[in-house]
Design a protein around this ligand. Structure first.
Ligand code: SF4
Length: 276
C-alpha cells in the first residue's frame, strides 16, 4: 500500500479500513447517449462523488464543490430533497466511499483507476468516462490525478463539467490531453472567468423554452452533447428543482455577484467616511 498523501486544508484521520470495490467506475450506458452523431453507440462509465458539503464517516465535513455558487444547496440536483443521491442511503454511502478512497489513499486510487481502464471492459471504439455525476475538482492534486489517468488511457475519452474555472484554465488549458474534454458550468463563484462568446459552457434553465430563447442548445438527448455539440449548452432543470428558480443559474449568479459588489462598495464607502 502507498503512504497516504496529506490533503491541503483537510485533516483527515488515516482510514483504518478502505473497502476497495471491484470496479471504481459504474456503467452508465443508458440510451440517453444515442444522439451524438457518432457512428458507434457510446459506452459511458461514471465516477461519482457526493455533492457539495458532505459528512465523512469520521464525522468531519468536506466540500467537494468549493467553487459552487448559487448551484449549491437546494438548487443542486444531487442535494435537493427527493434526489436519489440523498434519498437512497446506499447511493450516498457509495459516493462517500468514493470520496474517502481518494482522500485516504490518492496514489493507490490513481493506480487502481489506471489499471481498471486497461481492462477489457474499456476497450472499443466509443468508450467514455464521465468524471462526476456530482461533486467537482476540489484541488489541484485531484485534477492532476485525472489528467495523468487520461494520458494513461488514450483509448478512452473523458469528459466533465466544472465550476473550478481558474483551476482548469491554469492546469488543463495549456496542455490539454486530446481525450480530456470539459465544459465550464455556470452558477459558480468563478462565472466571471467564463468567456461566454468563446468558451464551451453550460447553463441550467427552468425550462427548455427558456434555454432556447437564450440561444442555448438543449443537451437532453445526450449528455455527451455537453462536449460534442454546440458550445452553448443548455440544461433544463429537473422536475424536482425547476419550480425553485425563475432564471438560469448563470443569471442567478450574476445577480448574486452584483449584490455582493454593491455591498462591498457600500462597506468601502463607509470605511472611507469613517477614516475621513
Ligand atoms: S457543482 Fe454541481 S454537484 Fe456541486 S453543488 Fe453545484 S450543482 Fe451540486
Amino acid at each position: 500500500m502507498s503512504t497516504p498523501l496529506p490533503i491541503p486544508g483537510l485533516e483527515i484521520d488515516p482510514p483504518s479500513q478502505l473497502a476497495w470495490p471491484d470496479k471504481l467506475l459504474s456503467n452508465n450506458n443508458t440510451d440517453v447517449c444515442r444522439r451524438t452523431g457518432e457512428p458507434d453507440q457510446p459506452r459511458v462509465f461514471t465516477w461519482t462523488l457526493p455533492a457539495w458539503v458532505v459528512q465523512l464517516t469520521s464525522g468531519k465535513f468536506f466540500n467537494t464543490c468549493p467553487q459552487a455558487g448559487v448551484c449549491g444547496g437546494p438548487l443542486c440536483y444531487a442535494v435537493a430533497p427527493g434526489s436519489s443521491y440523498r434519498r437512497l442511503p446506499n447511493v450516498l454511502a457509495a459516493h462517500v466511499r468514493n470520496l474517502e478512497l481518494v482522500l485516504g489513499e490518492p496514489q493507490e486510487w490513481e493506480r487502481r483507476m489506471k489499471a481498471e481502464l486497461r481492462g477489457r471492459r474499456y476497450q472499443g471504439p466509443n468508450v467514455w468516462v464521465r468524471i462526476h455525476d456530482a461533486g467537482d475538482f476540489w484541488s489541484d492534486a485531484y485534477l492532476l490525478s485525472w489528467l495523468r489517468i487520461a494520458r494513461s488511457a488514450p483509448h478512452v475519452r473523458f469528459y466533465c463539467y466544472t465550476k473550478a474555472i481558474s483551476r482548469f484554465l491554469r492546469l488543463v488549458k495549456p496542455d490539454q490531453p486530446a481525450n480530456f474534454l470539459w465544459c465550464a458550468s455556470l452558477g459558480g463563484k468563478e462565472d466571471h472567468l467564463v468567456d461566454r462568446e468563446h468558451m464551451r459552457h453550460a447553463d441550467v434553465f427552468p425550462t427548455v423554452e427558456a434555454l432556447e430563447s437564450a440561444g442555448y442548445s438543449d443537451q437532453s438527448a445526450s449528455d455527451l452533447l455537453a462536449v460534442l455539440g454546440d458550445q452553448r449548452v443548455g440544461i433544463p432543470a429537473n422536475r424536482g428543482t425547476a419550480k425553485k428558480f425563475g432564471a438560469s443559474f448563470g443569471e442567478l449568479q450574476r445577480q448574486r455577484d452584483e449584490q455582493l459588489r454593491a455591498k462591498n462598495a457600500r462597506a468601502r464607502q463607509r470605511a472611507a467616511l469613517a477614516a475621513a
